[in-house]
Design a protein around this ligand. Structure first.
Ligand code: V47
Length: 368
């Protein structure tokens, strides 16, 4: 693999821009979606190695979904149930939620990642008490909870401003926001697949606000359904534009669409090649976001491992208890141990680094 492959792929001008630190434009992005995959990979890997050399980050985290009751009917979702009492609907009591953390007393977890359905009947105190309880059980734990879509929903439901919601959650212990709910920013597609969720401008405004209040956040992109390559590039560039303003995004996370048990089940899942390409293009377009994460639950473990040569430098974490993807047909394990993650990084010829949510290196003997 070399520059000659990049030249043969007709990508010399893009290579020259990247070498000179000149930003790629939308036209470049769309071309990368049609170009020779290994040439794109070579370029993405060079950008990855410029930033991180072989280092590959992961964390020891747990994922909790306290309720799947959700007033939204997103076409891609297999997790949500419209009303309490519907078959498969659940809402955990706070004791049940806290027990998930208590049960892991022996694990040196650094992060709790919470994503919920948009439940119409719970009081706001359910969420603030949840956070306070987590910090009581584990004072040092980092709380990455509630997507911007949930924040917008809380503001509308409880009659508060987005800023008030964020400030009250922060006072209760919230440390950062996950990137979920971004789906696809292009309004034409967003209105079709996620019509009940807050719009793109509000999603971005909430992240802008979170950054201004001192939190770091992530941004995701759901791909492999009805979006076009131009929609993907538009999405990446809207994230890049906000990052220019605030610098608050830590990771860009492409999420592969899983078609089982949802309204878009007739669509095929994106192929491994497509998944590798989307991550590589994200590395090239989002030049100001430090990390590109492959969420191994969504990509599959083998593709996540391979993606470490396609621009990816982060594999999320141990996860545990994931439901959104498993209800949508994911055949990945429910959890990986830090030892398993470190081994798969080493087997790919990369260097495993355990991090906390803010990408500080966790000083622990490497789990090999
Ligand atoms: O917003 C839901 C996606 C997201 C399906 O910030 C689906 O570190 C594919 O955002 N097929 C939630 N995707 C998960 C998420 C996330 C994951 C990992 C790390 C981080 C982070 C955030 O899951 C939703 C939606 O885009 N999703 N259903 C499905 N059938």
């Amino acid at each position: 693999m070399s520059l000659s492959r990049v030249a043969a792929a007709g990508l010399s001008d893009i290579e020259a821009k990247l070498a000179a630190g000149i930003r790629l434009d939308p036209g470049d992005g769309v071309r990368l979606f049609a170009a020779d995959l290994l040439a794109v990979a070579w370029l993405a890997n060079r950008e990855r190695e410029k930033r991180h050399a072989g280092r590959t980050f992961y964390n020891l985290n747990i994922r909790l979904e306290a309720t799947n009751v959700c007033v939204a009917s997103c076409l891609f979702c297999s997790f949500a149930r419209l009303k309490p009492g519907d078959p498969g609907a659940y809402t955990m009591s706070l004791e049940q939620v806290w027990d998930k953390l208590r049960q892991r007393r022996d694990q040196p977890l650094t992060e709790v990642h919470v994503v919920n359905g948009l439940h119409p009947d719970l009081p706001f105190a359910y969420y603030t008490d949840m956070l306070r309880g987590f910090k009581r059980i584990r004072p040092g734990i980092f709380l990455k909870c509630f997507t911007a879509v949930e924040i917008a929903f809380f503001a509308d439901l409880y009659g508060m401003s987005d800023e008030q919601v964020l400030r009250e959650l922060m006072a209760a212990g919230l440390d950062s926001l996950p990137g979920g709910g971004a789906e696809i920013f292009a309004e034409r597609v967003r209105r079709k697949i996620a019509r009940d969720k807050c719009g793109t401008e509000r999603y971005l405004a909430i992240h802008r606000l979170a950054h201004r209040l001192g939190m770091r956040t992530n941004v995701t992109m759901l791909y492999g359904h009805i979006e076009t390559p131009a929609d993907r590039i538009d999405h990446m560039l809207r994230a890049r534009a906000l990052q220019d303003e605030t610098g608050g995004f830590q990771a860009f996370i492409p999420l592969a669409f899983h078609p089982d048990n949802n309204q878009m089940r007739r669509l095929p899942a994106p192929s491994a090649a497509e998944t590798l390409r989307v991550h590589a293009v994200a590395r090239l377009m989002c030049d100001n976001i430090d990390h590109v994460k492959a969420f191994w639950i969504a990509t599959g473990v083998e593709v996540a491992q391979t993606s470490l040569w396609f621009g990816v430098d982060d594999l999320d974490g141990t996860v545990q208890e994931e439901r959104i993807y498993h209800m949508a047909g994911a055949r990945t394990p429910e959890a990986l141990s830090t030892r398993q993650i470190a081994r798969l990084i080493l087997a790919a010829g990369r260097e495993p680094v355990e991090r906390d949510t803010l990408y500080n290196v966790v000083p622990r003997p490497a789990a090999r």
